[in-house]
Design a protein around this ligand. Structure first.
Ligand SMILES: C[S@@+](CC[C@H](N)C(=O)[O-])C[C@H]1O[C@@H](n2cnc3c(N)ncnc32)[C@H](O)[C@@H]1O
Length: 285
């Protein structure tokens, strides 16, 4: 499925998902690594567990995940995009991870694993590509493959909280709302993040908990942070051109797209990029 406003800057994977190409996934993780690893650590994965990384991308979470399960555990990783799975296989073959990793190409809607064969599933930033029906199918599959007492963890970002400053506070929200109105499915699905507990309950999970993490990047920005914020601004500015926005907001987006301008806010001493990412965890009864 493609976003309605496909552009060359959208970092599209071979199967058509925006912001899911190999280089984007790595860059995104590097820019947010400390918070993202704390989020995975919070789930409660234990040593000797068998864990699935569903929608694993390039496997950015696998170094920590294999450390958490240790050499008595086992990690499986699955993703729809063959180029991302190839990267995981290459990294796994270097033998630096603390537990064996079995990577394969496949879909989260029909997992090639036996019933109750995992202690936990981790699924990061993948629900954003799924319709309600697909989300339910995925959660039912997770429930099938996790043993009673095991954990299902979904990480996703809360699109309502994304901001850059200094600029008008509603700029991002108005754009995302307009994208959703125009039929950009990913934008619409990301508005669902706040209601993910409802979906975990729908498949019968118990003991639900959630941990929202505020992520802020301010000066001095590391090169990778500058790169990802710049790429996001370019991408969103392109989408703003096609969205139904007030003229003054479109002007602001045009300014934000000119990253070479000396007065671009990315150079401002008060520059801030902020977003909220949340982990939702439920236990299989
Ligand atoms: C934004 S990336 C996130 C990758 C990784 N979880 C991370 O957080 O670094 C989303 C990943 O989900 C994968 N994906 C999307 N739909 C999928 C499906 N139906 N089955 C398996 N993987 C899927 C994409 O190929 C992509 O690698």
């Amino acid at each position: 499925m493609k976003s309605s406003n496909q552009s060359p800057e959208a970092h599209v994977s071979s199967v058509g998902h925006n912001l899911a190409s190999t280089d984007w996934i790595d860059m995104h993780f590097l820019a947010m690594q400390p918070e993202y690893e704390r989020m995975l650590s919070w789930v409660g994965i234990q040593s000797n567990w068998q864990v699935l990384d569903a929608g694993c991308g390039t496997g950015c979470y696998l170094p920590l995940m294999t450390k958490l399960v240790g050499n008595g555990g086992k990690v499986s990783a699955i993703d729809l995009a063959p180029e991302n799975v190839r990267v995981v296989e290459e990294r796994a073959s270097q033998g630096r991870w603390s537990a064996p990793v079995d990577a394969r190409v496949g879909t989260i809607f029909d997992l090639p694993y036996a019933d109750q064969s995992f202690d936990a599933v981790w699924c990061a930033n993948t629900s954003q590509y799924l319709s309600d029906t697909e989300l339910l199918t995925m959660l039912q599959e997770f429930r099938r493959i996790v043993r009673p007492g095991g954990l299902i963890a979904i990480k996703e970002y809360d699109i309502t909280a994304q901001q850059v400053q200094p600029t008008t506070p509603m700029l991002f929200l108005h754009l995302h709302e307009a994208r959703c109105r125009m039929g950009d499915k990913v934008a619409c699905y990301l508005f669902r993040t706040l209601s993910l507990p409802h979906w975990l309950r729908e498949v019968g999970l118990i003991e639900l908990r959630q941990k929202p993490t505020l992520i802020v990047r301010s000066q001095p920005l590391r090169p990778v942070e500058k790169k990802i914020v710049g790429a996001l601004l370019e991408l969103y500015a392109g989408e703003a051109e096609q969205a139904d926005l007030p003229a003054e907001e479109l002007d602001l987006w045009r300014k934000l797209s000119d990253l070479d301008a000396g007065d671009h806010i990315i150079h401002h001493p008060d520059f801030q990029y902020r977003c909220i990412q949340t982990v939702f965890v439920g236990r299989v009864p």
